[in-house]
Design a protein around this ligand. Structure first.
Ligand code: 4AD
Ligand code: MG
Length: 439
């Protein structure tokens, strides 16, 4: 009977690298997803986080003790196995292991998530375990690629990463969606957006961006709303609305291209129609708010000029184009206090939202920032915001003010579109929504 630990007796490889080790005896550490036995042969499928592999043990290939250990394995038990790798098309990654030794690390209790269908609430309650499923792994691998593409793109465009704070003394995107908390004996809020701090950073470094979580106490129970989400926010000094629209276009072409190239396997497993993503090429469609209103009315919606676009409006508009769609010059009244007025029509603003195609709707919001200190004072008052809290922000107009523009792109909505998901709840490891704070 062997009692020596198995770990380390052969090189420990990741399943994703198995093809580089054909013919070799190696060790794999992972979890059992399937187990079946024909009496003389046992088949295990192991998952190690990098991929899945079939492992086969013949009665004579392993010790009696290891044979019994393999026979006791339940779904999600953790194991260390040793064996020889050979090409086999029937194994998930095309490589199969002929087992020589099996060591149980921990035998799993009956696993709550079985291959049968489960309801969304059940899966969400078991999100900590659901992350192990092939579908969730594909989505989160694409998420990591999207984040990396965002970062790589900004770095290549010579924007400097400057982190914005999470605790903030004042609102950025309006007071109605602030999460309040206490900071020793003071009231503070969780950040809705790092933008105002990026404006300070951009006037210091020229081109900056932040990447971090944002919090909104949104009572919306839609497929697009989370209360905690991740956003990248570039800010660019001496740039105009047109400059940042062109930057958004380059960012999205780059990001979609990266995912198509390096996450093809995951897109395939999600059954994403990639021909739609291949149409994400410059130039993107661009319409003025007034044209958006005309298009909505022509589509039979009773849309009133001056209103903000709602989810349905965005779905209708973005469904009319194959590329992402820029909608520009929204009414100032439906946007945040910091938007530069449109010189062509002072009721409008130099703002832009980018709507993803296939009806996904807004994934980016941004625009040109207000230059005039006097107008800023007025807007802060009109929005019922405390002047004192914005004195530092007004300093940016007092000392070397320059036109500047920027935007915020949400990771989850962008990912929902790229991966073809119908709800943002699967785009983030542990979603926080109106009725969801656990696990
Ligand atoms: O349009 P928003 O509110 O813009 C801003 O926060 C600006 N301060 C950004 C800037 O100019 N620096 O949010 C930007 C993006 C949205 O387009 C969307 O992708 C995402 O953030 N977002 C949300 N994602 C998930 N759930 C929510 N509740 C979201 N709210 C905004
Ligand atoms: Mg917005």
């Amino acid at each position: 009977m062997s009692t020596a630990p198995l770990a380390g007796t052969s090189p420990w490889i990741r399943i994703a690298d198995a093809r580089d080790h054909l013919g070799e005896t190696v060790e794999v550490r992972g979890w059992v997803t399937h187990h079946r036995s024909s009496g003389k042969v046992q088949f295990l499928v192991l998952r190690d986080g990098s991929g899945a592999m079939q492992c086969v043990a013949g009665l004579k290939d392993v010790s009696a003790e290891d044979w019994d250990a393999a026979a006791r394995l339940t779904q999600e038990s953790s194991v260390i196995v040793r064996g020889t790798l050979r090409a086999d098309a029937r194994s998930p990654g095309g490589v199969e292991m002929g087992l020589q030794a099996v060591e149980i690390v921990a035998l799993a209790e009956p696993y709550p998530i079985s291959p049968k269908e489960h309801g969304t609430d059940f899966l969400m309650d078991h999100r900590h375990l659901w992350l192990r499923s092939a579908r969730q792994q594909a989505i989160l691998r694409i998420r990591a690629e999207v984040v990396k593409a965002f970062r790589d793109f900004m770095d290549r465009e010579d924007f400097l990463l400057v982190d914005s704070p999470i605790f903030t003394p004042s609102a950025c995107e309006g007071t109605s969606t602030l999460f309040e908390t206490t900071y020793f004996d003071q009231k503070v809020y969780l950040t809705q957006s790092g933008q105002l701090y990026q404006e300070a950073a951009a006037l210091a470094f020229g081109r900056t961006y932040c990447f971090g979580p944002a919090f909104r106490a949104e009572k919306s129970k839609t497929r697009r709303h989370l209360t905690e989400f991740w956003m990248m926010e570039p800010e660019w000094a001496f740039a105009t609305l047109d400059d940042v629209i062109a930057l958004q276009e380059r960012l999205l072409v780059y990001t979609v291209g990266r995912v198509l190239e390096s996450r093809a396997e995951q897109l395939r497993s999600l059954e994403r129609d990639t021909t739609k993503l291949e149409k994400v090429k410059a130039p993107f469609a661009r319409i003025h708010y007034n044209e958006a209103v005309d298009r909505l009315r022509a589509a039979g919606l009773s849309f009133e000029w001056g209103n903000d676009l709602g989810g349905t409006d965005e779905t209708v508009l973005s469904g009319q184009f194959e590329t992402p769609l820029f909608v520009t010059n929204y009414p100032a009244a439906v946007k945040a206090f910091y938007m530069e007025p449109d010189p062509a029509d002072e009721r409008l603003s130099l703002s832009c939202d980018c709507l993803a195609p296939e009806g996904y709707g807004e994934i980016i919001g941004g625009g040109q920032r207000m230059a005039s200190l006097e107008l800023l004072n007025r807007r802060i008052a009109e929005h019922g915001l405390p002047q004192e809290a914005f004195e530092w922000y007004k300093d940016l107009r007092r000392y070397g003010s320059a036109p500047h523009a920027g935007f915020g792109i949400g990771v989850e909505r962008t990912l929902a579109w790229i991966a073809g998901l119908d709800h943002v709840r699967e785009t983030i490891p542990f979603p926080r929504m109106l009725y969801r704070l656990h696990p």
